[in-house]
Design a protein around this ligand. Structure first.
Ligand code: BMA
Length: 328
């Protein structure tokens, strides 16, 4: 509970037992409005460790019905891996940006659909890249995406930053710009990555992102803490950060977020819905096991960005290198 965001009391909204086909964990949902209601695409892990996406629909954004079969399974080129989708509606088309992890490397796929029945493949990135998300409008006549390419292996820090790219057609991407480095994020001494589709406001684009922190500086992936943060980008040139509070927006506290059974201490925001009155429903994965909802608003997030509270992170271990200057 904070001044800026509130967990929904019905959390977690979706658990493995709610999925009508074999599922051991379901999390990291993409979200959009569809036909007057809400649609989530939920990452599902099967008992055989298979990956697929479940279609969850709802009239109120709280109680979801789940389609009896997976709505998307990995294509042959995905070789079994299809996860962490983001959804963006542009005009009457929904774009699903997902992550795949075939032996050739971790790659971004972009699919287009109007009805969540048939899907057209538009793009498959080179490795390694993941966590991509599209802006809901063209800006300066171009599509814009955020993503999180991997990693500077040739440096000691091996870290992961958020980049911005533009495209005339969603197939050819260029004008790549470094937006934010993990080393600028106090609670992200390892990875950061973009979360849900950006939200347009009068003051700029609100972008919710995640950051991963090693608790003691050792590369123990399963001990990392994942938090959510927010930043405000320039409306006309979203490669410029207007404001970014140091404090995280949401950090693992609730039992379903700290749940030790599989992956404790994870909030992983992947879907955001802006309502007509400025309310925002933020859907996220909790402890890589369930789907949860937190409620906030444009006003609360702008207040957080533009009047940031004083915050000092109780960092146990520093980033491996000093901040990169942006646009380096
Ligand atoms: C990231 C991704 C997400 C996952 C998160 C927390 O690297 O793999 O799918 O939710 O870690 O485990």
């Amino acid at each position: 509970m904070s001044k800026y965001i509130t967990r929904h009391p019905a959390n977690p909204l979706i658990r493995a037992a709610d999925i009508p086909f074999p599922c051991t964990r379901c999390f990291n949902p993409a979200a959009e409005k569809f036909e007057g209601g809400y649609v989530l695409l939920v990452r599902v892990i099967g008992p055989d460790r298979s990956e697929s996406l479940a279609l969850a629909t709802s009239a109120d954004g709280l109680k979801f019905e789940i389609a009896p079969e997976p709505i998307l399974k990995p294509a042959p080129e995905d070789q079994g891996r299809l996860n962490d989708p983001r959804l963006t509606r542009i005009g009457d088309t929904y774009y699903i940006v997902y992550c795949s992890d075939p032996p050739s490397g971790i790659r971004i796929g972009i699919l287009a659909t109007k009805d969540f029945r048939s899907f057209e493949r538009l793009y498959y990135s080179e490795p390694d890249n993941r966590n991509a998300v599209l802006f809901p409008d063209k800006i300066g006549g171009l599509y814009v995406r955020l993503d999180r390419p991997f990693t500077r292996w040739y440096y000691q820090d091996r870290a992961y930053d958020i980049w911005l790219s533009r495209s005339p057609d969603l197939r050819y991407w260029g004008d790549h710009r470094l937006l934010l480095s993990y080393s600028d994020v106090a609670w992200g001494n390892n990875k950061i990555g973009p979360g849900p589709q950006p939200i347009r406001t009068k003051k700029g684009w609100l972008v919710i992102y995640h950051g991963a922190e090693y608790p003691d500086g050792t590369d123990t992936a399963w001990k990392k803490t994942y938090r959510a943060g927010v930043m405000l980008l320039d409306l006309e040139d979203p490669s410029k950060i207007v404001a970014r509070p140091d404090a995280p927006l949401l950090e693992p506290e609730a039992p379903y977020e700290t749940d030790p059974e599989f992956r404790p201490n994870v909030v992983f925001p992947t879907g955001a819905i802006l309502e007509d009155d400025g309310a925002i429903k933020l859907y996220y994965g909790a402890a890589d096991k369930t789907v949860a909802l937190a409620e906030t608003s444009v006003d609360q997030l702008l207040d957080f960005c533009l009047n940031p509270p004083k915050y000092e992170h109780p960092r146990k271990h520093p980033a491996f290198r000093p901040p990169l200057s942006r646009h380096a």
